[in-house]
Design a protein around this ligand. Structure first.
Ligand code: BGC
Length: 955
């Protein structure tokens, strides 16, 4: 037995966190079967400086704890600012074998208190960032608002809203309102041997630091995106390898980033402030026992003359190779022309550590192809859509201006195509070559969603060499692998993985090209698939902290978090399905990772959100409501039907203009149902959460509330035929999911669903796509589910693959067979929600108990696939499952991690016809229970690897 995968707050050796009761977790592995943890013992050492010598002092021992839990939350009293803690865990298993972890596991705290800072905020001389405000009226002109503009009646009783024509905005970059990136520097001299060197840094804006001419660390876009006024991350760096005796120089470049730059669809700037600033503190511990601190202060000087002439996350960066300031972050550089900086006294109470994995360049893609397009552009194709940038060496005429336009899809002739709607998303980097006609270009402060780059220059020719694209995102592990006998399905899984990774940009985003925003609804819907595909625990837990900060006094949840106050946020605030993320996401996280803290810390937010839904349902009705009889009045209290919502967003048939066939983003349908559906859904989840948190009274209250909502929905929507007759299949799917039907109604709704799917294919929007697989499979229509998954006609996932997709599209109508391109993102996570079913339904791996302490293995077989092989790195370790079938024989090979139990269903198997490891199944080592079921065998197994084979006798 081995103890491995030691993690602190789901991160491997995190540097500079500020979580003061960190949770430590580990896994066990063993070659034996049915291994579980009998007891564990966690020991923690603190690194202390004793007269200039670093030594480890044991500060905690849990004592031997008899438990199967592989997690321990450390007591807060232990944790001190700046300290590094090493830890081990010793485990004894049920065979009496004892093992001590061998990994070098540690975590280190950042500065935890305001008084830890002696540095001051400083601001270099700069142009304040140009405030671009988009007139709100332009964005909400079409909204019929009432109630102080907070709500919107749906246009008519059908609740369907056709989308307006959408156009790409101008390409023009207004360089006159974009300003150079300030560079700051300061020298300091040290004498004596340094035994520990740390730098703590953050910015208003984003920053990159150099020490003695070398980049400090490899983090990108720090301090990343967060709800800045409440939560600004500070990064911690180990300077040991960069610091040297004698003179040292620290250099920092600042850019607008999320603090001041253009954000979201409307591209407004200055969401938090218009002035860039820096807070930095270097702490040096010497062998002779003394400590020196160098903080940002008036001793820094700055310039605006550097090579980054402007840098905006969305617009792009302008780099002038003639302005390179060689040696600017080294000693001996002549900074006599640089100007003094201003000290500022900003509040430090919003400073936090780096509490989730930082952003980095994660993966490189070399150039796949380059060609000159018909329009004369040099096109670089990296073969993969991603969030990131490309680095390259450019050669051309001395001093010429080279423009790099990043984009997602070409037009049908292979030309550059700009499909991004909204303002200020040019995704264009501009490079000015030096006097030798050269530039090494490596963007620092921007991020694009792209596969291609179109290169043009205003004079002469340009060549690009050493080109490579890099995925730039939060550095989280990929945790899923799914391979099947169908290569197109494999490509879909690859696309899901790239799309999800490209949208974990410190916050979960909707896309990396147009908006890069934390749209709450998208996170709600794709949360389960995110948790399978990547280890999103820390990132999503931190994002929920932002949700708590951003919740309004009346329980409101903005549609985008961090709330960039999009122009129409008043109208889109607190919408059904979007705001509900505050209940759904903690629930998904609890189910996937088994950490009950996530429910506890968000419970009040959840309750406040549900109270808002309840009061909004009770206090208004839409204008078309008709006569309100006393009997009806009671029901109407429980229908959330009057407020603005996005409906079953992106429903394919609603997105295509019936007359022109043109695809338009923003059409809405089923708005009449969505509020009540989510009100019911969230109430059901909150009842379960309250029960888990032993809030029995709350649970009973939510139980009763759900019944009221359900009855009201039945009377108003089911009995009236509104659900059944809807031409959008989402209506029937969602009604089935929430029990909005009377006895016998289930079959009736299912028939209607099948009829509609037959007629229109996968005509489901964001919300109904998530629950469709479960509804089909639980109601005996597994083959139907495979019809959709394997279907290659539009709209479908494999249609996208057939069109050459390397990401999952925002709209299944994104590219038309005739080559028409919709104004949408081609790397948007919402439709990755199918990834959840691909793991749970197709591959058959799901959690029977939260955090996979008990695993369910129950694949949905189909004759249309010869095999499916999948693995998932769960909280308990790697789970693997492969099923094959040849003729009437099925094979199932599984790997169950130590310390877990699996409930494995062998569909169609019977005891006589089943072989386990080539032996009689009854004799199986590791078998705890065996149950003969009507349509197969249910085995309860201990950990280990198993192989089953059986002839299908029951179908
Ligand atoms: C985003 C979505 C988001 C939506 C609101 C879009 O522009 O990309 O994914 O949820 O707006 O409906």
């Amino acid at each position: 037995m081995r103890v491995c995968n030691l993690r602190c707050e789901s991160m491997t050796n995190p540097l500079g966190i500020s979580i003061t009761s960190p949770r430590l977790t580990w896994n066990l592995t063993s070659d034996r079967r049915s291994v579980w943890q009998q007891s564990f013992l966690v020991t923690v050492w603190e690194e202390v400086l004793d007269n200039g010598t670093l030594r480890r002092e044991q500060i905690f021992s849990s004592g031997e704890i008899v438990s199967r839990d592989t997690a321990l939350v450390l007591p807060e009293e232990l944790i001190r600012s700046r300290s590094r803690y090493d830890w081990t865990v010793q485990v004894t298993d049920n065979y009496g074998e004892t093992a001590l972890s061998q990994e070098n596991a540690w975590f280190e705290m950042g500065l935890l208190q305001e008084k830890d800072w002696s540095a001051r905020w400083i601001e270099p001389r700069q142009h304040p960032v140009y405030r671009e405000e988009i007139p709100t009226e332009e964005y909400i002109a079409d909204l019929q608002t009432f109630d102080e503009g907070r709500r919107r009646w749906i246009v008519d009783e059908s609740g369907d809203v056709p989308a307006e024509e959408t156009t790409a905005q101008s390409h023009e970059i207004r360089e006159d309102i974009l300003y150079p990136c300030p560079m700051l520097r300061r020298c300091f001299t040290i004498s004596g041997e340094v035994v520990r060197a740390r730098m703590y840094a953050t910015a208003h804006g984003i920053y990159a630091a150099e020490l003695n001419g070398q980049r400090v660390g490899d983090l990108m876009l720090a301090p990343e995106s967060s709800s800045y006024f409440d939560y600004l991350q500070v990064q911690t760096y180990d300077l040991q390898d960069l610091i040297r005796e004698g003179e040292n120089t620290i250099g920092i470049t600042l850019a607008d980033g999320w603090w001041a730059g253009r954000l979201g669809c409307t591209g407004e700037s200055v969401r938090y402030g218009d002035t860039l600033g820096l807070l930095l503190q270097i702490e040096l511990y010497f062998a002779d026992g003394h400590i020196e601190t160098i903080g940002s202060d008036a001793g820094f000087v700055s310039t605006l003359e550097g090579p980054r002439r402007y840098a905006d996350l969305s617009i792009g960066e302008k780099y002038d190779a003639n302005c390179i300031l060689a040696g600017w972050s080294e000693s001996g550089y002549d900074d006599s022309g640089w100007t003094a900086v201003m000290e500022k006294s900003y509040d430090l109470s919003n400073l936090r550590g780096q509490n989730a994995q930082p952003m980095r360049y994660l993966e490189e893609r070399p150039l796949a192809e380059s060609y000159v397009s018909l329009q004369g552009d040099l096109i670089l194709d990296f073969g993969q859509l991603m969030a990131g940038t490309a680095a390259m060496h450019l050669t051309g005429e001395p001093g010429s201006v080279v423009v790099l336009r990043y984009f997602q899809v070409t037009d049908r002739e292979g030309n550059y195509y700009y499909e991004t709607m909204g303002e200020n998303s040019q995704m264009t980097d501009t490079v000015i070559l030096d006097q030798n006609g050269q530039a090494d270009y490596d963007p620092l402060f921007t991020l694009h969603g792209f596969r291609y780059i179109a290169i043009t220059t205003e004079r002469g020719a340009v060549t690009a060499t050493q080109c490579h694209a890099r995925l730039l995102a939060s550095d989280i592990d990929v945790t899923a692998r799914i391979v099947t006998s169908n290569p197109k399905l494999n490509k879909l899984q690859e696309n899901i993985e790239w799309t999800i990774r490209s949208n974990m940009l410190s916050i979960p985003t909707d896309n990396p090209d147009r908006e890069r925003s934390g749209w709450t609804g998208d996170v709600q819907m794709v949360g389960p698939a995110i948790c399978y595909n990547v280890d999103a625990q820390a990132i999503l837990r931190r994002w929920l902290v932002y949700c708590r900060h951003e919740q309004g006094a009346g329980g409101e949840i903005p549609a985008i978090i961090p709330n960039w106050r999009i122009a129409n946020s008043i109208a889109t605030d607190s919408t059904a399905g979007w705001g509900d993320v505050v209940i759904h996401l903690p629930w998904h996280l609890y189910r996937k990772y088994g950490d009950i803290r996530i429910l506890k810390e968000n419970y009040t937010m959840m309750q406040r959100w549900l109270d808002l839904e309840k009061s909004r349902a009770a206090d208004a009705n839409p204008p078309w409501i008709g006569e309100i009889t006393p009997k009806r009045a009671e029901d109407l209290q429980y229908l959330w039907n009057a407020d603005w919502n996005f409906g079953d967003w992106m429903t394919p048939s609603a997105s295509v203009d019936e007359k022109t066939g043109e695809v338009r983003i923003g059409a809405m349908c089923l708005c009449w149902l969505m509020g009540t559906y989510y009100f019911a859904y969230s109430t059901v989840l909150l009842e379960q959460i309250a029960t888990l948190l032993q809030q029995e009274e709350d649970a009973a209250m939510y139980h009763a509330l759900y019944e009221k909502i359900r009855q009201a929905a039945i009377h108003e929507f089911y009995d009236t035929g509104k659900i059944y007759e809807s031409r959008y299949v989402g209506a029937q799917i969602l009604a089935l999911h929430m029990g909005f039907y009377r006895e016998g109604g289930k079959d009736r709704l299912m028939r209607r669903i099948l009829e509609q799917l037959e007629e229109k294919g996968m005509n489901t929007g964001f919300s109904s796509s998530l629950v469709l697989p479960q509804q089909l499979c639980e109601n005996g229509n597994i083959e139907k589910m495979y019809d959709f998954l394997l279907n290659e006609n539009k709209p479908s996932w494999l249609y996208e693959v057939d069109q050459g997709a390397t990401g999952v599209w925002e709209s299944m109508e994104g590219l038309q067979p005739n080559g028409d391109i919709a104004m949408c993102s081609f790397i948007q996570p919402a439709y990755c929600s199918i990834g959840n079913w691909m793991m749970e339904g197709m591959a058959g791996i799901s959690a029977a108990q939260p955090g996979f302490t008990t695993i369910r293995i129950h694949p949905n077989y189909t004759d249309r696939l010869d095999y499916v092989e999948a693995s998932y790195r769960s909280e308990q370790g790697e789970i693997a499952c492969r099923w094959d079938h040849t003729g009437a024989t099925r094979d199932l090979k599984i790997r169950i991690p130590a310390n877990t139990t699996a409930e494995v269903f062998l569909e169609g198997a019977s005891i006589d016809t089943t072989k386990a490891d080539n032996e009689d199944v009854n004799a199986l080592n590791g078998l705890a229970q065996i149950h003969e079921k009507q349509n197969g065998l249910l085995l309860v197994l201990g950990s280990g690897e198993y192989a089953f084979s059986w002839d299908v006798t029951v179908q």
